[in-house]
Design a protein around this ligand. Structure first.
Ligand code: AMP
Length: 415
């Protein structure tokens, strides 16, 4: 079933959203992007004449009640966004009466699902090394099913609109779907958009396709790099991983971030790119600093000849040009991970050059997807979020999807 085709009139829908919004020390929301992301789904259900039961996690309370992570803190904000006075259920597993009393057009927000260890389905009081752990895990899995069944009992249909947790097999993201038939469970509109965006990158590719992988380490990106190798025309590898490649090729990288145990892996990636005819673009020059700080001394040096005591902190001007060249003519673009330590204002030029080239290509009709944490922070820092096609709301979930893994939250609904 799809959300657009389902008429919610007279129905109660339980919707898993990602309302894990950042709060300041006074419990005020500092960024409501995630709430805004779920509004199209929530509003469609209300507009149809349905009743809404909203559920989410917040933070990592590890199966214990913790006021710091109470969703009661966001009731007013959700009410304001929906234009409805949202009711609150202070115990998500004991909300049957509140759910039963809901009328069309009314909204009930459940307390943080992760106040129950059953949500994640992992024992919290038994150490992983403890021989009793396996038994405890089995018992917890059974309790997780019961918990999911309780949540399911509140509603007639289930909607999952929480892409950020779609890579987790939790009670509310996957197990609950077992208690609804195919006609009564569906992805939310945000999820649909995310799935389409990933599909544009993995299956529905317009060529040329340029992927830009940056960040600190090659080891955390290897799964994605390998999956993309069969799909891309140009592969830009930038950021901290530049120096692992430079070192692997016999260069001097000074005190740059470098994974000594991944030098063979770097050579392997280079060989694979050659074999598959992928144009691998690596930095040739960099902005090196004499300290890991914004105000350190800097010099432009070749990426494979960095003086002792210096470290590469951003892409140099020649590299920026080469990156822009590989991006500008692309029709499909994926960007994950910055080209330098963009948190320091003096080392943003490489990432900015990438963002600008992506904006230009997008203007010329390319589909550009930005996602996976830091590149999103980067594009927001540059105020360029509206110049790309799609910014994913999923960190780990997006990365796993691009690696080609099946996300449990999506499989639970689509099969
Ligand atoms: P990741 O979480 O792997 O995507 O890495 C993102 C982080 O990589 C950001 O915090 C950047 O500051 C960092 N980064 C990018 N380039 C470098 C570099 N040349 N040296 C050290 N860290 C870097």
């Amino acid at each position: 079933m799809t959300l657009d085709n389902f008429n919610f009139a007279g129905k109660k829908a339980i919707v898993r959203v990602d309302f894990n919004v950042p709060l300041n020390e006074n419990g005020q929301i500092t960024d409501d992007t995630r709430i805004r992301g779920a509004l199209p789904t929530l509003k469609k259900i209300l507009a149809d004449g349905g009743a809404l039961i909203i559920m989410s996690h917040m933070g990592k309370p590890k199966g214990k009640v913790n006021a710091k992570y109470s969703l009661s803190q966001i009731v007013d904000a959700v009410s304001a966004h929906l234009g409805v006075a949202v009711k609150f259920a202070p115990d998500c597993a004991k909300a049957a009466d509140a759910a039963a009393a809901l009328k069309a057009g009314e909204v009930l927000l459940l307390e943080n699902l992760r106040f129950y260890a059953e949500e994640e389905g992992k024992p919290v009081d038994v150490d992983k090394e403890d021989p009793a752990y396996e038994e405890a895990k089995k018992a917890m899995k059974a309790k997780q099913k019961e918990f999911a069944k309780t949540l399911a009992s509140y509603a007639d249909c289930y909607v999952n609109d929480a892409f950020g947790t779609a890579h987790r097999k939790h009670a509310s993201t996957a197990v609950i779907a077992d208690y609804f038939d195919a006609d009564h469970k569906m992805l939310g509109l945000l999820m649909e958009k995310e799935v389409t965006a990933v599909d544009n990158i993995l299956n529905n590719i317009k060529r040329p396709f340029t992927a830009i992988m940056g960040g600190s380490k090659v080891s955390t990106k290897i799964g994605i790099i390998e999956n993309l190798m069969d799909k891309v025309d140009n592969l830009i590898l930038c950021g901290g991983m530049t120096y692992t490649f430079a070192k692997a090729m016999g260069g001097n990288v000074g005190k740059s971030i470098c994974e000594e145990d991944k030098l063979d892996l770097a050579l392997d990636i280079m060989a694979k790119a050659k074999e598959k005819g992928v144009n691998l673009v690596l930095g040739t020059d960099c902005v090196a600093g004499d300290d890991f700080s914004n105000d350190c001394h800097t010099q432009i040096v070749p990426s494979n000849n960095i003086p002792e005591g210096w470290e590469g902190l951003d892409a140099g001007p020649e590299t920026q040009k080469a990156f822009a060249e590989a991006i500008k003519g692309a029709k499909t673009i994926l960007w994950n991970g910055p080209a330098g330590v963009f948190e320091f204002d003096n080392f943003t030029a490489g990432s900015r050059a990438i963002a600008q080239a992506i904006a230009e290509a997008t203007k010329n009709g390319a589909f550009s997807l930005i996602g996976g944490g830091d590149s999103v922070a980067c594009i927001n820092k540059f105020g360029m979020a509206d110049q790309v096609s799609y910014i994913s709301t999923g960190g780990g979930a997006l990365l796993e999807a691009i690696e080609g893994k099946v996300l449990p939250g999506i499989a639970a609904i689509k099969g």
